[in-house]
Design a protein around this ligand. Structure first.
Ligand SMILES: *[C@@H]1O[C@H](CO)[C@@H](O)[C@H](O)[C@H]1NC(C)=O
Ligand SMILES: *[C@@H]1O[C@H](CO)[C@@H](O)[C@H](O)[C@H]1NC(C)=O
Length: 203
């Protein structure tokens, strides 16, 4: 059991460590140009429809501004429209705590030139209004710049995703916790089974 407790503690610590780099969104420069195929108000189907995303460095910024950029991560983000009854989706300036861009589309090495990918909207994407954002990360895996398909107030180029029938938007809160929870419950089962095994041998 001691080893189990230790592993659990380690797991929890690594979760905490992974989510506390302290970079704020307001400190990032918008040096990336991000464009995507959905038109304003378009309704797309999760698990079926595709989105094409293109991103590049905005050359009106001085050359070399991007010298620390190592990786680009493109994400699907909730638009403010969906915050009305879901305060937990509100943008938090501390990026480690922000849950508005929780759907990862792709991670690629940084290149200043145009990069394009086509992404089939993941099956478990909840019904909501979205836009796309790309973050540039440095070699320490901290966000250093961004670009997005919408304006600063998140009012333009918003599109909708319709979930596969039966799935409700509130499930996405569960999805945040599920990955760490499933690992925890695996550990739990493992130790309960081990104890049962011991108990039956002692009979
Ligand atoms: C590039 O950056 C400049 C300066 O911030 C901005 O005015 C311009 O709109 C940007 N270009 C694009 C295509 O986003
Ligand atoms: C990306 O493509 C656009 C449109 O084709 C072009 O105007 C822009 O200069 C390109 N950007 C880079 C960094 O190559």
């Amino acid at each position: 059991m001691a080893a189990g407790g230790f592993l659990l503690a380690l797991l929890l610590l690594s979760c905490l460590a992974a989510s506390s780099n302290g970079v704020t969104f307001s400190s990032l420069q918008r040096t990336l140009i991000v464009r995507a195929s959905p038109t304003q108000g378009q309704v797309l189907k999760a698990g079926e429809d595709k989105i094409t995303v293109t991103w590049s460095y905005n050359n009106t910024f001085p050359p070399g501004t991007d010298s620390t950029y190592k990786t680009i991560k493109v994400k699907l983000c909730y638009a403010p429209i969906s915050q009305v009854d879901r305060a937990w989706r509100k943008t938090v300036d501390d990026l480690a705590k922000d849950k508005t861009c929780q759907f990862k589309i792709v991670a690629k090495p940084y290149s200043a030139s145009n990069s394009t990918i086509t992404w089939t909207i993941e099956r478990d994407t909840p019904t909501a209004t979205y836009f796309l954002r790309a973050y540039a990360f440095n070699s320490a895996e901290e966000e250093v710049a961004f670009g997005q398909t919408t304006d600063a107030h998140k009012t333009t180029n918003l599109f909708q995703v319709e979930a596969i029938s039966g799935r409700h938007a509130s499930l996405d809160i569960a999805a945040i916790c599920f990955s760490s929870f499933s690992v925890l419950s695996l550990f739990g089962f493992f130790f309960i089974e081990k104890r049962k095994g011991k108990a039956s041998r002692q009979k």
